[in-house]
Write a protein that binds this ligand. Structure first.
Ligand code: PXP
Length: 263
């Protein structure tokens, strides 16, 4: 799409991994990620994201089965590009799979997928998922080389990693925030120009969401840890509604920006 056309609606995918983190701290079944997913949808989420990690530290195989069979909105399954995960995805056929880098020792997904240096197995996994009718998203750094490589791999979507941008915000580094936001904006324009659908996520908060939501090519944000953290204080419903409102407000500004550019 061109910046001159009306920016598409911006979807919110709520990542419920950390509901499962809290449940797993004690074992048992409480709090239930599926209940959180239903609540998030009722509060305005357009889809639910869950990352089935190799070490199953939060979301479990049973969570994925239940989400797939009971969710009323699209499921975005985050997973490493491995044969084990491919088999699980092909069994459940989620709406989308977002392929992410995974290292056991990391606390969260650090950095984007190495799409430029990936061997043939990544392309094979992208192809198998797409043949099964699953939309494939690659979680990448907002860099031109990663976008070119994602295009060559035949991905439907790129999800731009917003971690560096959000970290600069946590450091109160205004120049760094502006630099990282500009990097994401340039990457979004480049990716959309290649015909890729553009998503973004990682580390987003009430304070950092607006600048990203204002980028016209980005059509989905996936947000988890901050929302689940806020839910402790004010409830998940209120947290999702507030994030949704901030996104919608920024999107209205984005549309006004587009109209101004068109004159
Ligand atoms: N998008 C992707 C691909 C991710 O791996 C994650 C973290 O699981 C998120 C978005 C959400 O990040 P956060 O939990 O920091 O909002």
């Amino acid at each position: 799409m061109t910046v001159e056309s009306t920016p598409a609606a911006l979807r919110l995918g709520v990542n419920i991994d950390h509901v499962a983190t809290i449940r797993n701290a004690r074992g048992g079944r409480h709090p239930d990620p599926l209940r959180a997913a239903h609540l998030a949808v009722a509060a305005g989420a357009d889809g639910i994201t869950a990352h089935l990690r190799e070490d199953r530290r939060h979301i479990s195989d049973r969570d994925i089965s239940r989400l797939k069979s009971e969710l009323t909105r699209p499921l975005n399954l985050e997973m490493a590009a491995t044969d084990e995960m491919l088999a699980i995805a092909l069994r459940h056929v989620p709406n989308a799979c977002c392929l992410v880098p995974e290292r056991r020792e990391e606390r969260t997904t650090e950095g984007g997928l190495d799409v430029s240096g990936a061997g043939p197995s990544l392309g094979r996994i992208v192809g198998r998922l797409r043949e099964a009718g699953i939309r494939v998203s690659l979680f990448i750094e907002p860099d031109p080389a990663a976008i070119e490589a994602s295009t060559r791999l035949g991905a439907d979507i790129v999800e731009l990693h917003t971690g560096a941008y959000c970290e600069r915000a946590l450091d109160d580094d205004a120049a760094g925030v502006a630099r990282e936001a500009a990097r994401i904006a340039r990457a979004a324009t480049l990716a959309a120009g290649h015909g890729l659908e553009v998503h973004a996520g990682h580390g987003l908060t009430y304070n950092t969401v607006a600048a990203v939501a204002r980028m016209p090519e980005i059509v989905e944000l996936n947000i988890g840890h901050f929302l689940i953290g806020e839910a402790i204080f004010g409830g998940l419903d209120a947290a999702v509604r507030r994030m949704r409102a901030l996104m919608d407000e920024a999107r209205q500004q984005c549309r006004a920006d587009a109209r101004r550019r068109q004159g």
